[in-house]
Design a protein around this ligand. Structure first.
Ligand code: 5RP
Length: 219
C-alpha cells in the first residue's frame, strides 16, 4: 500500500469512533481530507462539526456537513486530526498545513483527541520534521533571532498567509528532548501566535495504519 492508501484507510477507521448525535472537531490536511470523505457517509447521524481551517470548511460544506462555530459550544466531546510526527508519549508536531492555531484551540477544548496517521509519522523523538510556528508578520526577524539562540535554523514559508492573517516559520535542527518545555519556551517569545509542538495537549488515542491494518493505541 502506498502512503495515500494508508491515509485513506486510517481516515475510514476513525469514523468508527464517532457516536450518534454528536459534534466532532475536524483537523486539516490530506489524511483529514480522506476522513471527511468517509464522514460524509454518516453525516445525517451527527449534529455537525467544528472545522479547523478554511480548507476543511470548504470540503465539509461541499458534502453538506453542518459547520458549528466553536464559540457556540461549552463542550466538545471529540477532535480528530492528523500530525506530521507523533512520539510514544503522544506528543506531536503539527502545522505542516499551516492550520496549527485553530487546530490547537479546538484540540484544547475537546474532551478527547484522536490522532490518525500512517505509520511514517511515528517517531521516537520529535524534530526531524521542522517545527512550524505561526508568527505575527512584524515579529519575523525578532522571532528568528530568538530561535537561532536555541540552535534553530529558521526558514520563512514564503507565500503562505494563515487563516488568521499571519506568517509561518519552519524551524529545523531543534533538539526536542523535552517537548513540553520547548513548547512553553517558544510560546513565550513575543510575536509567536502558536508553536506546532502539541505536548501540553497530546493525543488521547492514536490510530496508525500500516501494511497489516490499523493499530489503536490508547494513552
Ligand atoms: C495541518 C496539520 C496536519 O495534520 C499535518 O500537516 C499532517 O498532514 P497530512 O495529513 O497532509 O500528512 O497539522 O496543519
Amino acid at each position: 500500500m502506498d502512503q495515500n492508501s494508508l491515509k485513506k484507510a486510517v481516515g475510514l477507521a476513525a469514523v468508527e469512533f464517532i457516536q450518534p448525535d454528536t459534534i466532532v472537531g475536524i483537523g486539516t490536511g490530506s489524511t483529514i481530507n480522506y476522513f471527511i470523505n468517509s464522514l460524509s457517509s454518516i453525516k445525517f447521524k451527527i449534529k455537525g462539526v467544528v472545522s479547523s481551517s478554511e480548507q476543511s470548511t470548504n470540503k465539509l460544506r461541499n458534502f453538506g456537513i453542518k459547520i458549528i462555530n466553536l464559540n457556540e459550544l461549552k463542550f466538545l466531546p471529540l477532535y480528530i486530526d492528523s500530525a506530521d510526527e507523533i512520539d510514544p508519549q503522544m506528543c506531536m508536531i503539527k502545522g505542516g498545513g499551516a492550520a496549527l492555531t485553530s487546530e490547537k484551540i479546538i484540540a484544547s477544548v475537546a474532551e478527547k483527541f484522536i490522532c490518525i496517521v500512517d505509520v511514517s509519522k511515528k517517531v521516537n523523538i520529535l524534530g526531524k520534521f521542522p517545527v512550524p510556528i505561526e508568527v505575527i508578520g512584524i515579529a519575523r526577524g525578532f522571532v528568528t533571532r530568538e530561535l537561532e539562540k536555541i540552535g534553530g535554523i529558521v526558514k520563512y514559508r514564503r507565500g503562505i498567509i494563515t487563516d488568521h492573517g499571519n506568517i509561518i516559520l519552519d524551524i529545523y535542527n531543534l533538539s526536542i528532548s523535552n517537548p513540553i518545555l520547548l513548547e512553553q519556551h517558544i510560546n513565550s517569545i513575543p510575536g509567536v501566535v502558536t508553536v506546532g509542538i502539541f505536548a501540553s495537549r497530546k493525543a488521547d488515542i492514536l490510530l496508525v495504519s500500516d501494511h497489516n491494518g490499523i493499530n489503536t493505541i490508547i494513552k
